[in-house]
Design a protein around this ligand. Structure first.
Ligand code: CDP
Ligand code: MG
Length: 741
């Protein structure tokens, strides 16, 4: 029998100001017993301002018969029994008590800040209140979410709450998936999608109220939206902004939107005991799993939430936990559920399932959710009593010198740690096990997470702002302005890509690039391919580069997986290998079994296919036709390579004497990632990604002819500005050959 090492924890609650306000003011008894719905309550309050175009408004203006009280004004159908069931739960949410104040504040102020503990009902209730009360008028309500998963799952929930069909009155809109219709009045969407709409409709004229949700997360697009809406508000006196955040940083928003009132919704939090490890743990993953097992074996009833950093880690953890629990006796059933953004929606729904019932030995079961940061604030899972927090998340880091953005596993901030522990006290007193020492918490964790805008390549931001008509980027009111050098570098890169002219104005290509839901480089590659008449292939490659890795390599069958992949290997490089895997997938009728047998990630292929279709339709919208060639002689392969170069000429490496590679212009030494299907090491390669691990790798590599660099990107390859080295010598020689053939 395996012995389970126990992590030693010490209890420490004192410095964690988790609010302990269990018995806050209850909803008035008469309101609870009153069978009237939220809608009716809203109507009573606001009937004087109801708009005639509002179905709710119309409802009020007619004299109501007894039966009609049970009629859903959105659908004119009788409410289902589920509606009433959920309604009872909704009435218990803390924001329900803030209804009157909220409506009053929104009526009187253009901007309000709403702060409330996670799970208090901000995301699901507030947009509904605004709609039901009638103050939204006949225009729509938008509620933005940083994460696609949250936008979908919340829209689904709210559709149930309103007793309507998802996609009709309530819908969601995320990149590559628009589930809305003409009827849609409440739209949950990612921040990015609202920005996209602003490009076509700068005054956001179809909305009367915008809720910027999860504002405390300060993702890139939220920050742009904050600045943008701040500029729009004076031009749209009828527009209202509700900035919603978990209990963090509210003062900062109040300073940014001077004079805006703060509505603080007190949470109903139960106390959470916080435990730290006595010693630093060598391997947080192993320690985290051990802790979950300990909880399951020794602690009282209640579900577990474990925070890890990404898909692979989460899947491995789920397997490890399941295997260990199977060997244990005298414990209840444990259902282990993963949660991360690339999980298909039906799988994501599993987090809301009930825990397993008592087993044959009479021991209660529980569920254990293993999640990324999604569960930190954007999704609330009821029933969590134990939180296991190793203190890490994946964070985007930008290295402006190498111009690379990478996702690195980094320590979380104190603010995040507090949010995570708070997840344990939603339904009853809970416990949070931090897999780090108290010393680490106090001395090493930053107070707050650094806003994404300060950690990003600003290429896409600049392109978006330009398209939004904001030319004076230096004076754009960012909540946290990025460093001027980072902005300048982004402008310079976009100029190299041909998206901005020398005056910094958007070019025709730039204009199109800004409308494609892609990074500037991928967008450039796609548009460039039209002129070279290889757009069909490039469109597939772009789609494949936009999804998680297509090739699976499970730890226990690495060899088989590599053999399977070698069947798709293309001598010219990994971009082509991806393409041939995609084409085989299509040839095999998108069959999941074929994917499984060939170690191909079916979900990635499916979404690549979906993305491709959308890109094709968008390109057609620009008036470009997308062509695919049935034969691919060398010249054709070269054309594809040239299109890739037109966008990624800044990501080229040259093989040096020792066999290693050096990045052109940067002198950074790199190795080809072992996943490459290139068999011999070409002298010149273009890479898609820079992977920072113990060694510096470049990944997704294709062989290129250096001559093309000089021809396609002469400004970037202005050799006078090159450092004096081997690369410069070689390119100069080529240059002379080109000019004097
Ligand atoms: O936005 P906030 O964190 O304040 O709360 P919310 O997301 O509006 O969630 C309020 C409540 O709705 C949660 O406590 C859940 O009980 C419930 N909910 C649900 O059951 N299913 C969902 N998909 C979302 C929320
Ligand atoms: Mg929320």
């Amino acid at each position: 029998k395996r012995r389970c090492k126990r992590s030693r924890f010490t209890l420490k609650t004192s410095d964690d100001p988790t609010p302990v306000s269990v018995g806050v003011k209850r909803v008035r008894e008469d309101e609870i017993s009153d069978a009237s719905s939220v809608l009716d309550r809203a109507k009573r309050m606001n009937n004087e301002i109801l708009n005639i175009n509002n179905p709710v408004g119309r409802e009020v203006k007619r004299a109501k018969t007894k039966e009609e009280v049970h009629i859903n004004p959105w659908t004119q159908c009788e409410y289902s029994s589920k509606y009433y069931e959920i309604l009872e739960k909704r009435k218990e949410l803390p924001v329900y008590e803030a209804y009157d104040t909220l409506i009053e504040l929104v009526q009187e102020n253009q901007i309000i800040i709403l702060q409330g503990e996670t799970g208090s009902g901000k995301t699901t209730q507030v947009p509904q209140f605004l709609l039901d009360s009638g103050i939204a008028g006949y225009k729509n309500v938008a509620c933005t979410q940083p994460r696609r998963v949250a936008a979908m799952s919340v829209a689904k929930r709210v559709a149930e709450e309103m007793d309507v069909i998802l996609g009709e009155e309530v819908g969601y809109c995320i990149r590559f998936d628009d589930c809305t219709s003409m009827k849609t009045r409440l739209k949950y969407m990612t921040d990015g999608m609202l920005l996209r709409e602003a490009m076509a409709d700068p005054l956001l004229s179809r909305y009367s109220i915008i809720c910027l949700d999860e504002a405390h997360e300060r993702i890139l697009n939220t920050d742009i939206l904050l600045g943008l809406i701040k500029e729009v508000l004076p031009k749209r006196p009828d527009l209202r902004l509700v900035v919603m955040s978990a209990t963090m940083d509210a003062e900062k928003f109040q300073t940014y939107f001077e004079g805006s009132p703060l509505l603080d919704v007190p949470g109903r939090m139960f106390p959470v005991e916080v435990y730290y490890t006595e010693q630093p743990e060598e391997d947080y993953f192993v320690a985290a799993i051990r802790t979950v097992i300990q909880i399951h074996s020794y602690e009282d009833k209640g579900d577990i939430l474990l925070f890890l950093t990404g898909e692979e880690e989460i899947e491995n953890a789920c397997n490890a936990i399941k295997e260990t629990v199977e060997k244990l006796e005298k414990v209840g059933d444990l259902s282990v559920i993963p949660l991360y953004s690339s999980l298909p929606p039906t799988m994501q729904q599993r987090i809301f399932e009930d825990p397993p019932p008592k087993n044959s030995k009479g021991i209660e079961g529980r569920k254990c959710i293993v999640s990324t940061n999604i569960a930190e604030t954007s999704l609330t899972i009821d029933g969590i009593v134990y939180v296991v927090d190793p203190g890490f998340h994946k964070e985007k880091v930008y290295n402006p010198r190498l111009r690379i953005e990478s996702l690195l596993v980094s320590p979380i901030s104190k603010a995040s740690a507090k949010q995570r522990s708070g997840r344990a006290g939603r339904t009853r007193p809970g416990k949070c096990f931090r897999i780090y020492t108290e010393e680490t918490y106090k001395k090493e964790l930053e107070e707050n997470t650094i806003p994404e805008i300060l950690r990003s390549n600003l290429g896409q931001v600049v392109l978006t702002l330009k398209k939004l008509g904001i030319n004076d980027l230096v004076h754009f009111e960012f909540m946290d302005p990025p460093a001027p050098e980072t902005l300048m570098r982004a402008l310079e890169e976009l100029n190299y890509l041909g998206a901005l002219d020398d005056e910094g104005e958007l070019t025709k290509i730039g204009n199109e690039m800004s409308q494609l839901p892609l990074d500037p480089n991928l967008a450039k590659m796609l548009i460039d391919s039209v002129g070279r008449r290889c757009s069909g292939e490039i469109c597939s490659i772009v789609s494949l580069l936009s999804v998680p890795n297509v090739f699976m390599r499970p730890k226990d069958c690495v060899k088989k997986a590599d053999i399977a992949k070698s069947k798709f290997a293309h001598p010219d490089g990994d971009h082509f290998t991806l393409l041939s895997a995609f084409e085989s997938y299509k040839f095999n009728k998108e069959d999941p079994n074929w994917c499984w047998e060939n170690f191909i990630n079916f979900r990635s292929m499916k979404s690549a296919s979906n993305i491709r279709a959308q890109l094709v339709s968008q390109m057609n919208g620009f008036g470009y036709s997308i062509e695919l060639s049935s034969k691919r002689p060398k010249e054709y392969i070269d054309k594809i390579k040239m299109s890739i170069i037109s966008a990624f000429f800044m990501q080229v490496a040259h093989q040096e004497k020792g066999g290693h590679y050096s990045i052109v212009k940067d002198n950074q030494i790199v190795l080809l990632h072992p996943s490459t299907t290139l068999e011999n090491k070409p002298e010149w390669v273009l890479y898609h990604e820079f992977v920072l691990t113990s060694k510096n790798f470049i990944r997704t590599i294709t062989e290129i002819n250096p001559k093309w660099l000089l021809q396609i990107a002469p400004e970037y390859y202005d050799l006078d500005k090159f450092p004096n080295n081997d690369i410069k010598k070689k390119l100069s020689y080529l240059q002379t050959l080109l000019t004097n053939p």
